[in-house]
Design a protein around this ligand. Structure first.
Ligand code: SAH
Length: 374
């Protein structure tokens, strides 16, 4: 692996000079919330009470926060729980167990999140940026470019609303618990590193500082920003890392995942292995199966080789049947080619699954989030 420092692409910088999203308690640690309460002329312990409402009881309506004196309630809510986003539309599929929400942020930016309930868990797929600057040609989000980074609270709030919907029994199947979070909605999470790390901490901090989810139930998915993968490996929070590889060779990956022109397949897979070494967490390799593009038998063999060169038992391959995006030349692989691909990876000793795709009829599946109104 080369040690030469590489400049990160310009698209990783947050746009400057724009109004910021409102500050919300989810942006702050508990200690910072206590300071903010005092700065607003409120008692410090009120910060903890309101945190319990937000993260533990999942209460939305200030009227239900009866332990807060009514004279201070409005002040506390405006200090800590400003409106971050408005739901413009929800759509459901899979008998009501998949729910996609279109959100409008304070400045009009649009993002989407998707809640998916399974028999044994409920997962929310959240956005970390409005749009995306990575320009992968087979992904709908990539076509519109990057609008802006989301704040920590904007990221976290999608999860809190999902947890609330599960707790209240608003999702088919009755009341339940939101257990998993995947950063696989709009945006490249590692291009918004600070806010995303803040969100990961808030999601995994024990209540009432945060939502108290298990780090291993939080998955951060990336196109492969190599320096950021290493930084994440050194954070000491064992989230699951998913790497969107999609091709085992530089020639094809340069086309499918343009950031590969900066960080090669070898450097990217080395960084993924480093992640495993530092955290002990098996890395998930995402590979969208595109007909006659990346699904040939020789590419399956090469993928197995590229992964096995770096050891055994450290990765799992997740094949995603491509969700076709309007106006794109890429189409979904034939079933027999997917089966052969799996067979070859498994023959190479690589554990492999084909992802069950949810929500494609409401454009909620992987790579279909475009956040358009109408
Ligand atoms: N930017 C991050 C997070 C988005 S995750 C990343 O790329 O990893 C979305 C996942 O869906 C990624 O693995 C992405 O490559 C994949 N994806 C994108 N477009 C898709 C499509 N049309 N069909 C299937 N998977 C797709």
């Amino acid at each position: 692996m080369s040690d030469a420092p590489k400049t990160l692409p310009l698209v990783m910088d947050a746009p400057r000079g724009r109004a910021k999203p409102p500050r919300h308690l989810a942006d702050l640690t508990l200690a910072e919330r206590q300071d903010a309460a005092k700065a607003a002329g409120l008692q410090g312990f009120r910060a903890k009470q309101i945190s319990v409402h937000y993260f533990e009881r999942l209460v939305h309506d200030p009227e239900q926060m009866t332990d807060l004196p009514s004279a201070q309630r409005a002040e506390l809510v405006s200090t800590f729980l400003p409106d971050l986003m408005t739901s413009l539309r929800t759509q459901s599929a899979d008998a009501g167990t998949t729910v996609k929400t279109l959100w409008k942020l304070f400045d009009g930016s649009l993002v989407e999140s998707v809640l998916m309930r399974y028999s044994d868990r409920a997962t929310i797929c959240i956005s970390s940026q409005a749009g995306c600057g990575m320009a992968c040609p087979f992904c709908a989000t990539g076509q519109g470019g990057l609008q802006r980074n989301m704040s920590t609270a904007e990221i976290v709030h999608q999860v809190v609303v999902g947890a609330r919907a599960m707790a209240n029994g608003d999702v088919a199947g009755g009341p339940g618990r939101l257990s998993n979070v995947v950063f696989m909605g709009m945006g490249e999470p590692l291009a918004n590193y600070r806010a995303v790390m803040g969100a990961v901490r808030r999601l995994t901090d024990p209540a009432p500082e945060g939502l108290g989810l298990s780090a291993r139930h939080v998955t951060v998915s990336t196109v492969g920003l190599v320096p950021r993968i290493k930084q994440l490996a050194d954070e000491g929070i064992p989230v699951t890392l998913a790497l969107s590889l999609h091709a085992p060779d530089d020639e094809l990956r340069n086309e499918l995942v343009p950031i590969n022109n900066r960080f090669s397949v070898a450097e990217t897979v080395d960084a993924a292995r480093y992640y495993f070494d530092q955290t002990g967490r098996r890395v998930s390799i995402e590979y969208a199966m595109m007909r006659d593009i990346n699904d040939q038998a020789h590419r399956a063999d090469l993928l197995a080789e590229v992964l096995n060169e770096r050891g055994r038992g450290w990765v799992h391959v997740n094949l995603i049947p491509l969700n076709e995006v309007r106006g794109s030349k890429y189409t979904r692989s034939r079933d027999e080619d997917m089966d052969e691909f799996v067979r070859r990876l498994e023959a190479g000793g690589i554990s492999t699954t084909i992802r069950d795709t949810r929500g494609d009829e409401i454009d909620a599946a992987c790579g279909q989030l475009a956040a358009v109104e109408g």
